[in-house]
Design a binder for this molecule. Structure first.
Ligand code: PLP
Length: 401
């Protein structure tokens, strides 16, 4: 990460602006709602849902989070190497071959089987140390975790292993965003029953957690003493029905580009691969240097919209790997270098990532994660540009130096 003057684009004008003040705002919203006693774990896996894990993690730790979570060891190492020293929980499976890395980088694994716990314990004893872990219970997600029938017995056995410190117990909710609360209530009942039985048998847990963003908004009883915030921290609602429930989110990411060509084409002109679009009138077409390799789905061909001069412009023809075309006939004065907003707001106009996700039959999470690394991330803090992460440019600099 280098400090450079904004704007300074890489080879082509296509970039994402990440407003870290919005991430801080979103976390403050939760802090107000959940009160001071419940901790916040900032979920920064998948490179911070495409926003850049390091910058998001730094902001989150300054804005009320007390720990971080990623999916696997390598994601955590990147955070440590960037200087983050907060506790980091690994949500996924950690292979015992990686235990030395856990110790070296002070990472906390999720454990959901006795055999892994035993190997972890033996490793701890061999190295004359005590190692932390969180236990995971599968109360109905059907993904990873101890099953309810075995959980109490296995947890009690794990608790007796030397060299281990059970720092937390958690479960993951499968349907926390739904208006019908029944399934989540059943999951929480199972989870509570397991915790109560463990407590009765003398096993207690400093941290108890179940809530992702949806549950943190929708199910106060799922908050326990820690919530794990992902999508909402980035300013996106986990589902549309969760808007207006007391948490006012602002998206942190705006995806932008610039017009690289404006041309008038006659009626009947074909646009892009396969000639799937033919103009029905003389048309003003603008070319935008963003394509599916950047994360703008090809399924938005002849469907999606972008903003230019605050107006919506339809994508015409097939989205190419690195470029797309829009009809700007209805927008006065469109010129070369005009700013194009692909997801976000511009002069009163708005194209949300949720709208694009709907059009391609997916969710905002997937489109955020799909934003390719070749799109530089420009960070804004305290209302002004602060830094850039531009992997392609960094690569060129390292080749030249
Ligand atoms: C175990 C776990 N907890 C919390 C989260 C965060 O979820 P969300 O982004 O919906 O807040 C995730 C993300 O998938 C997860 O896997």
């Amino acid at each position: 990460m280098r400090q450079i003057m904004y704007p300074s684009f890489s080879a082509r004008p296509a970039w994402a602006e990440i407003n870290l003040d919005h991430i801080a705002h979103n976390l403050r919203q939760f802090r107000q709602q959940i009160g001071p006693a419940t901790k916040i774990m900032a979920v920064v896996k998948a490179d911070g849902y495409g926003h850049g894990a390091v910058k998001v993690a730094e902001t989150a730790m300054r804005s009320g989070a007390s720990s971080l979570a990623v999916a696997f060891v390598e994601e955590a190492i990147a955070l440590r190497r960037a200087g983050l020293d907060a506790p980091i929980l690994l949500f996924g499976y950690t292979d015992p071959a990686q235990f030395p890395i856990l110790v070296h980088y002070k990472l906390t694994p999720t454990v959901f089987g006795f055999d892994t716990a035993l190997e972890y314990s033996e490793f701890a004893v061999d190295h004359d140390t005590v190692l932390p872990l969180h236990l995971k219970i599968d109360t109905g997600m059907g993904r990873i975790g101890l099953l309810p029938d075995e959980a109490v017995e296995v947890i009690v056995r794990i608790s007796r292993l030397p060299g281990l410190k059970i720092e937390g117990i958690y479960t993951h909710l499968a349907a926390a965003e739904e208006n019908d609360l029944t399934y989540t209530r059943e999951q929480l009942m199972l989870f509570n029953r397991i915790i109560d039985s463990c407590t009765y048998k003398g096993v207690t847990f400093p941290l108890v957690h179940a809530a992702n963003s949806a549950a943190a908004i929708n199910h106060p009883s799922a908050r326990y003493n820690l919530v794990r915030l992902g999508i909402a921290m980035y300013g996106c609602y986990p589902a549309p029905n969760l808007q207006g429930k007391g948490i006012d989110l602002i998206p942190a990411l705006t995806f932008k580009s610039k017009v690289v060509l404006v041309k008038e084409v006659p009626v009947g002109s074909a646009i892009s691969y396969g000639c799937t679009f033919r103009t029905t009138k003389d048309t003003l077409v603008a070319t935008v240097p963003v394509g599916y390799a950047d994360g703008f789905s090809r399924l938005l061909s002849n469907k999606g919209h972008v903003l230019i001069r605050g107006c919506r412009a339809p994508v015409i023809g097939i989205v190419c790997m690195d470029q797309l075309m829009i009809d700007v006939s209805h927008i006065p004065g469109v010129r070369l270098n005009d700013e194009v907003v692909i997801y976000g707001r511009q002069s009163g106009g708005h194209v949300s990532i949720e709208e694009a996700a709907d059009q391609v039959g997916t969710i905002n999470y997937e489109l955020l994660c799909a934003l390719d690394k070749r799109i530089p991330r420009y960070y804004f803090e305290e209302g002004k540009f602060s830094s850039v992460c531009d992997i392609i440019k960094d690569r060129i600099i390292s080749i030249n130096s």
